[in-house]
Design a protein around this ligand. Structure first.
Ligand SMILES: [Zn+2]
Length: 398
């Protein structure tokens, strides 16, 4: 009882001191804050408003990210994964404090899913256990991302370039960001005013109008169709996926191939400037800033290289220790005792976009065809995988 009261006092003190702290002091104070305490702070609209008015946009976004990202600490590289997630969220909120404030007031969270854990094992998503996403894409138990609602989920492996051991879970391309995709859905649904939503709907409709007139149209995920004339690329399936993949492209985190057409996705701000309308470009600039920092997303290849290097180092040490079984070398072999080289799979398929299903089910959004002429997309499953920031990676020790 005394401890609880002491904790409350400390939290009250933190609330009063937070706005005037230096950025480093504030970051350190929030670093060890978890769960309920994050909820308590973001549940104080006066505090959030004061922080928004007091801090620079960039620092406010970093503070918001520390309150939004939730990690159980059970992933393979919990600190690296959390910091990567915070960096991504801060990047996406850094140019628009109003959106950041709106999301904090709504209690938005980004929950990291440990590599060996199903999405539906997390309490926030338990209600989806056993539920089918679409007939073709299995159940939510295999999903590695979800967005659109106040609870965003992202597989920790997408933040570190690692792998998940969840059965039949999708693997995402190196350079493809799940967090940016899913968090974009939540910005779309919880952070944008109606006039911005109108811009998106109009842009999406115009693209399909051109397709129906027989024009070749480029989307964030490449050409409209591949071999199948009935399965458009993921970003063309509905306006929500269009915006999410557009956001990925804007940040350069849309690497890889579209799972429906097989074509290489478009990636980078230049694509947006070249192939999207000026209104859409203006919208992205207003939401994400004029100069989006390219994101290093899901660095599968680099992480494998790092692990191979550490494995070689460990093998060398082990061999050396075998030859000279003295106490001194025994000590050196413990220098990297917990390295866990992982087997990496770079499958291009298996995309499973939980977010669209989230739209369909949680938000009551029915994926209608925005063009009357085009056959309605029947499969809205998807996609994209994980992301990653430039956070320095470490060997796979826990
Ligand atoms: Zn999606």
């Amino acid at each position: 009882m005394k401890q609880a009261r002491s904790g409350e006092v400390q939290l009250d003190e933190l609330v009063s001191r937070l706005p005037a702290m230096s950025p480093m002091e504030r970051a350190a104070a929030l670093e060890s804050l978890h769960g309920n305490r994050q909820n308590i702070l973001m549940g104080k609209p006066e505090l959030v408003e004061q922080l928004r008015r007091t801090l620079s946009a960039e620092v406010f976004a970093q503070t918001a990210a520390q309150l939004i990202v939730r990690s159980s600490g059970d992933s393979d590289q919990p600190v690296t994964a959390r910091h990567a997630a915070e960096a991504q969220v801060a990047l996406m909120l850094g140019s628009n404090p109003k959106i950041a404030e709106r999301l904090l007031n709504k209690g938005v969270q980004v929950v990291l899913i440990p590599e060996d854990t199903q999405l539906t094992s997390l309490k926030e998503f338990r209600h989806l256990d056993g539920q089918q996403i679409t007939p073709r894409h299995g159940t939510w138990n295999q999903a590695r991302g979800s967005g659109g609602t106040v609870h965003v989920a992202v597989g920790a492996e997408n933040l570190t370039g690692g792998t998940t051991s969840v059965d039949r879970a999708p693997h995402y391309d190196d350079g493809y960001s799940v967090l940016i995709h899913e968090f974009a859905h939540t910005i779309n649904k919880n952070g944008l005013p109606d006039e911005d939503l109108l811009v998106l709907h109009e842009a999406f409709r115009q693209k399909w109008d051109k397709v129906n007139l027989g024009e070749q149209v480029q989307w964030p995920d490449g050409p409209t169709f591949g071999a199948s004339p009935t399965h458009p690329n993921y970003s063309a399936t509905n306006v929500e996926e269009y915006f999410a993949q557009l956001t990925n492209a804007y940040y350069g985190a849309n690497a890889g191939r579209d799972p429906y057409t097989g074509h290489v996705r478009n990636n980078g701000k230049n694509y947006v400037e070249t192939h999207e309308s000026p209104q859409v470009m203006d919208l992205l600039k207003r939401i994400y800033g004029t100069h989006p920092s390219p994101v290093i997303a899901n660095p599968v290849r680099q992480t494998k290289l790092d692990n191979d290097m550490w494995k070689g180092f460990r093998d060398f040490q082990t061999a050396h220790a075998d030859r000279t079984p003295s106490s001194s070398t025994a000590t050196s072999t413990t220098a990297s005792p917990k390295l866990q080289p992982t087997t990496f799979t770079t499958s291009d398929d298996g995309f499973l976009d939980v977010s669209t299903a989230a739209h369909l089910k949680s938000l009551g959004h029915t994926p209608t065809n925005h063009t009357q002429k085009h056959p309605q997309p029947t499969n809205l499953t998807f996609p994209p995988e994980g992301l990653n920031t430039g956070t320095p990676r470490k060997p796979m020790n826990r």
